[in-house]
Design a protein. Structure first.
Length: 111
């Protein structure tokens, strides 16, 4: 929304877009949208509004985890109302085996 002609005040939808960017970074080690020409923000905004702005998921080698890609894409949906909410993201994340494992994380003290 910050790339539009009429920027909106900060909102939970924008927070979820930012969370999607963070998921991309954590899952890939790369910054999202690094394939975008930052010299022309108007073109980037137009591409986003047209649903043609790709953070770069398909440019990765090797491909990123499909589960994390799905979460990131759902958080970065072009239309704010189609993004996951924080509560929905929490439910989806708990489905990933990494978060279902009840064993202590490596390096943590056990009883």
């Amino acid at each position: 929304e910050t790339l539009t002609d009429q920027p909106a005040p900060p909102s939970p939808d924008q927070d979820m877009f930012a969370f999607g960017c963070l998921v991309f970074l954590v899952a890939t080690g790369e910054e999202p949208f690094s394939n975008i020409d930052t010299q022309d923000p108007g073109a980037s905004g137009a591409a986003m509004r047209a649903g043609q702005l790709d953070p770069g998921w398909y440019d990765l080698d090797p491909p990123a985890d499909a589960f994390m890609r799905s979460i990131s894409q759902r958080c970065m949906a072009t239309q704010p109302g189609r993004r996951l909410t924080a509560q929905e993201a929490e439910v989806v994340l708990t489905m990933h085996p990494m978060f279902r494992d009840e064993r202590p994380f490596a390096g943590t003290a056990s009883a």
